[in-house]
Design a protein around this ligand. Structure first.
Ligand SMILES: Cc1cc2nc3c(=O)[nH]c(=O)nc-3n(C[C@H](O)[C@H](O)[C@H](O)COP(=O)(O)OP(=O)(O)OC[C@H]3O[C@@H](n4cnc5c(N)ncnc54)[C@H](O)[C@@H]3O)c2cc1C
Length: 460
């Protein structure tokens, strides 16, 4: 007798695959689910290291509370008592060898309060006047898509973009905003402009007073023990078949089903549905016989690295009161940002110590990852010493290289995705492509994509 239950294969055990597996189970979708992960650990890019009393995130460190899916998942797992909110504090911009406080009321760098914007030391007077043209500039003509840079430069001028908006957006996408797609990344700013004829005016109206008047509470959440606690919670909750150290090499369509070929194994795995959450360049290989999958190669990636450094508190001096800084574009620094982790996330650092996390790697400077650990940490320390006093070597340092980890949603991303999805629906029914290369890079965005697919499968 043949087994009539549907077989669902999820390829990739990062947050997208884990979330899909969890909600298939929670929603009692009538199917046998197998989660297949190439490495010997789950969580993908999420990578928490606990060492000498420190909690060090080597990948993402938190999620935005405003995008509610992540918090709901934590609640569903019964982990809400482990949630920890980021501390508030000044964020700085490093420009012209000085740390400038983020102008109060700036929303992704767009001013919403003119007094703090005009008194900011970050911009020249001309740069400030240029930003005011936002009030009078006509609406942006967008046929299909334009770059984020083009949109903001036209409204707010180059200086505000290069000194503030670019580094903030780079903190999310590690990309070049003159290449990034506006429609795929910040469509709501285009909506705001359409509705109010001005970004500043529109955001003044739509931003809650408490936000424009200074952040009262941190916007980011993590869990006690780091994001690994979330991954462990998901792993413990899963009752489906989880196959670790299993490397899918090819997915082949066979009648109405799919055969998943696995490196080093003769027997393929059969499935009715395949949820591919692998990085897009891997997914393209898995389905390499389908030419339309070449759309995926249009999405490039940036490689980044981060350097966590633990010091005795006496070793670091002249650190302004705040949570960290981003570096303006066109500055002579290799680091792109630095978080004063011990201040933003006090639970991560034992008493009497300082934990800093600096970031390197950006379009045009990805070769920094080829340097040795000592070379990377030395260049980070040299950069940091330009703005703070570091009198001793770190107690320890952890350098994490994440190759091709940041997919770039370049202009036309959504159109490419629509073309691709149409072909997949037509020629590979039951195959779903989700994860950070498609509809949002943040952890909650990845979870949203997983939940949407679970709902779609549940309705079949
Ligand atoms: C440095 C950095 C910092 C970030 N910080 C934040 C942050 O603070 N907040 C936030 O919201 N987002 C952050 N992000 C984004 C977020 O972390 C990612 O978008 C998200 O974790 C991606 O999850 P994923 O499951 O889609 O992919 P991945 O985590 O890449 O998971 C894919 C999985 O597929 C597996 N796999 C690959 N090939 C195969 C194969 N052939 N067979 C089987 N399995 C395979 C991989 O081993 C991996 O486990 C950050 C990203 C980076 C790189």
């Amino acid at each position: 007798m043949t087994n009539k239950r549907k077989q669902i294969a999820i390829i990739g055990g990062g947050i997208t695959g884990l979330t899909a597996a969890y909600y298939l189970q929670k929603n009692e979708v009538d199917a046998d689910v197998t989660l297949i992960e190439k490495t010997d650990h789950l969580g993908g890019i999420i990578w928490t290291e606990r060492r000498d009393g420190f909690t060090i995130e080597r990948g993402p460190d938190s999620f935005l509370e405003r995008k509610t899916t992540a918090k709901h998942l934590v609640e569903d797992l019964g982990l809400e008592d482990k949630l920890i909110r980021s501390a508030t504090g000044k964020a700085f911009i490093l420009s012209q060898d000085q740390l400038h406080p983020m102008p109060q009321g700036a929303v992704m760098g767009i001013p919403t309060q003119l007094a703090p914007f005009f008194s900011s030391t970050l911009f020249t007077f001309k740069g400030k006047l240029d930003a005011l043209k936002d009030y009078t500039t006509g609406k942006t003509e967008v046929e299909d898509d334009i770059s984020v840079g083009h949109f903001f430069r036209r409204r707010l001028g180059d200086e505000v973009v290069d000194r503030l908006i670019h580094p903030l957006i780079s903190g999310i996408y590690a990309g070049d905003i003159d290449q990034l797609s506006l429609k795929a990344t910040f469509p709501h700013f285009l909506e705001t402009e359409k509705k109010h004829g001005s970004l500043i005016r529109g955001l003044q109206k739509s931003t809650p007073k408490k936000q424009t008047g200074g952040q009262k509470q941190g916007m980011f959440l993590t869990l006690e023990g780091g994001l690994k606690t979330l991954v462990d919670g998901l792993t413990d909750a899963l009752t489906c078949n989880v196959r670790m150290s299993t490397d899918v090499s090819q997915v082949e369509k066979h009648d109405e089903r799919y055969l998943l070929h696995i490196n080093g194994q003769e027997e393929p795995l059969e499935a009715d549905y395949v949820i591919a959450t692998t990085p897009h360049y891997v997914t393209q290989q898995l389905f390499s016989e389908y030419e339309f999958m070449n759309e995926l190669s249009e999405t490039k990636n940036t490689s980044v690295a981060n350097v966590a450094m633990a010091f005795d508190e006496d070793a670091v001096k002249n650190l302004p009161d705040g949570t960290g800084f981003v570096v303006s574009r066109k500055e002579d620094y290799r680091i792109t940002a630095c978080t004063w982790t011990f201040k933003k996330w006090p639970h991560t650092t034992p008493e009497g110590s300082v934990l800093l996390r600096a970031y390197v790697g950006k379009p045009g400077d990805e070769e920094v990852l080829d340097l040795s650990d000592d070379e990377i940490s030395q260049l980070v320390i040299n950069d940091l010493k330009k703005i703070m006093t570091i009198e001793d070597d770190p107690k320890f340092k952890l350098i994490t290289r994440l190759y091709d980890a940041m997919p770039q949603y370049t202009v036309g991303h959504l159109q490419r995705l629509e073309r691709l999805e149409e072909k997949v629906n037509e020629q590979l029914p039951g195959v779903y492509l989700i994860g950070n290369a498609y509809r949002g890079v943040g952890l909650p965005d990845c979870m949203d994509q997983a939940i949407r697919i679970v709902e779609e499968i549940a309705e079949k």
